[in-house]
Design a protein around this ligand. Structure first.
Ligand code: XMP
Length: 515
């Protein structure tokens, strides 16, 4: 792999994605990883990410110069660029000129920016600057605040940039990163959907051997792709289980029971568990508690399904040892399983799993981002209605009712949600938004007036977001006409709702879901 060393930047995941967009597999590792550990992973290259600190700050993460003794190609970005300059004998100084945001650089010579405009905008975020490149390096870009804004030593396959090539505000950034990977480091572009699918199918075969597996289907893209992959790997030793927890949106169950089965021919069992889930959630308002209950009940439902799965074989001692989940890289990172990140929320299938889990987990998508999962799904022949779906969380409407989950409240939210979805689809906006949670503030009431009378109803929140991978997101600027239609219809058609509000918060600071 290409290893992206996380110096505490919010951008490390993004860099890993960008490397993969250049068709090279990458993983994020913490900056505490030693050079021996890095060398042991046999990386094709190392990318040093940006970070929040100044290289001079107390406790600033250090870069061990020994990294450069192993003929590993290295690319430094922002903090990583400065750390690299320092470690190789260049000079990093506090120039007093901070650059933050859009900045122009002037490029000349070198391979990184070859053929790109002589002056180009990039995204900067730094106080210190490299004032002198280490010996052997050619300086190939400068800006007002960064005398050395890019350097390269092609013979040693080392290069770096002061700016952030990974963000969209650096329009040529992806080309620069690709140049480093393919031309300076000489890495082939081999990470493609078909190679990924083949490799994952092989891994699943190895892990499961001749065992049996079940896969929880949620109706979402991830579990569908995971199931299709595992089916390719082990055939009918996979049974899919759809747990109807009563927290689904309108029409969801039919979609799974029809579309998925039609596309894959997989064996599917449906478990009716609404009473259990809603019963267990009674009286619960704390988001993390809800998530843990839902995560636990999913597993209990899978355990309950096992005897159905095995049928007669159970009496011959057969068992189901494996549970397939569509866990993605961002789920892992956000549930605190990543590299030194805080636990923001327990995704039902990661931090929400019970401790006495009887199954071994098969998570073929654990290291992938959503767009990669979609590409793999298409590669496996899944139809666009499945792979193109917007994400919907496993805990469903349970984490979109702020307050206790009850059947009446679910009914209200389901109705409001179906109106919002209908209007977004008919306005042709499905492709522009990443997803649009519809949230019921069940413990909030406000005064309204409808048909000459006073109402005292609940607000519905619309949370349309745009995102590349759900790690960060921006609120989507929906057309006013669409918002108006949604608002009018929800307040007219949904009993007990007399107000529709729009969430205009990006992530960070807000998360996408409210709980
Ligand atoms: P947040 O709210 O963390 O959401 O910004 C990021 C993405 O993850 C989805 N999400 C979940 N998906 N189980 C899931 O399968 C969960 O427990 C869960 N929680 C959030 C959310 O819809 C968004 O796409």
């Amino acid at each position: 792999p290409v290893l992206v060393v996380d110096f505490g930047a919010q951008y490390a995941q993004l860099i890993a994605r960008r490397v993969r967009e250049a068709k090279v597999y990458s993983e994020v590792i913490p900056h505490t990883t030693t050079v021996e550990e890095i060398v042991a992973k046999n990386p094709l290259a190392v990318v040093l990410s940006g970070g929040p600190s100044s290289v001079y700050a107390d406790g600033a993460p250090k870069l061990d110069p020994a990294l450069f003794d192993h003929d590993i190609p290295v690319f430094g970005i922002c903090y990583g660029f400065q750390a690299m300059a320092g470690a190789l004998g260049g000079t990093v100084a506090e120039t007093g000129t901070r650059e933050y945001g859009r900045t122009d650089i002037a490029v000349s010579g070198g391979l990184l920016h070859d053929g790109l405009p002589a002056t180009q905008p990039v995204w900067m975020s730094h106080g210190d600057a490299v004032t002198e490149a280490p010996s052997g390096f050619e300086v190939t870009a400068t800006s007002d605040g960064a005398p050395v804004a890019a350097f390269e030593d092609r013979a040693r396959k080392l290069a770096g940039v002061q700016y952030h090539p990974e963000v969209l505000h650096s329009p040529h950034g992806q080309q620069v990163l690709s140049r480093f990977l393919h031309e300076i480091a000489g890495i082939p572009a081999a990470w493609t959907a078909s190679n990924i699918a083949d490799a994952l199918i092989e891994q699943v075969r190895e892990q499961v051997g001749d065992g049996h597996a079940i896969c929880g289907l949620s109706g979402g893209v991830d579990s569908a792709v995971a199931a299709a992959l595992v089916q390719r790997a082990i055939g009918d030793r996979l049974t899919c289980v759809f747990v109807d927890h009563g927290l689904m949106r309108a029409g969801e169950r039919t979609q799974v029971e029809q579309d998925f089965v039609a596309a894959t021919g997989a064996r599917l069992i449906t478990v009716d568990a609404a009473d259990t889930f809603i019963g267990e959630l009674a009286g619960v308002t704390d988001p993390e508690t809800k998530r843990k209950i839902i995560g636990r009940e999913f597993i209990r439902s899978f355990e309950g399904a096992v005897s159905d799965v095995l049928g007669e074989n159970a009496s011959h001692g057969a068992t189901v040892d494996f549970l397939v989940q569509g866990t993605l890289y961002p789920d892992v990172v956000e549930s605190g399983g990543g590299t030194g990140t805080a636990n923001i929320k327990s995704h039902h299938n990661v931090g929400g799993l019970p401790e006495d889990l009887q199954f071994k987990l098969v998570e073929p998508l654990r290291l992938l981002f959503k767009d990669e999962v979609r590409a793999v799904g298409r590669e496996l022949g899944l139809p666009e209605e499945i792979v193109g779906r917007q994400p919907f969380p496993g805990p469903g409407l349970g984490i979109r009712i702020i307050g206790e989950v009850t059947r009446d409240r679910l009914e209200i939210l389901r109705h409001a949600d179906s109106i919002a979805r209908e209007e977004l689809t008919s306005a042709g906006l499905d492709g522009t938004i990443w997803q649009c949670p519809v949230v019921l503030l069940a413990d909030v009431r406000s005064v309204g007036v409808q048909g000459d009378g006073r109402t005292y109803g609940h607000p519905i929140v619309l949370r349309p977001v745009s995102s590349e991978d759900a790690m960060t997101a921006d609120w989507t600027r929906l057309p006013y006409e669409t918002l108006e239609r949604i608002s009018t219809r929800i307040t007219n058609e949904v009993a007990d709702v007399n107000r529709v509000v729009l969430d205009v918060t990006s992530k960070p600071p807000g998360t996408i879901e409210w709980e």
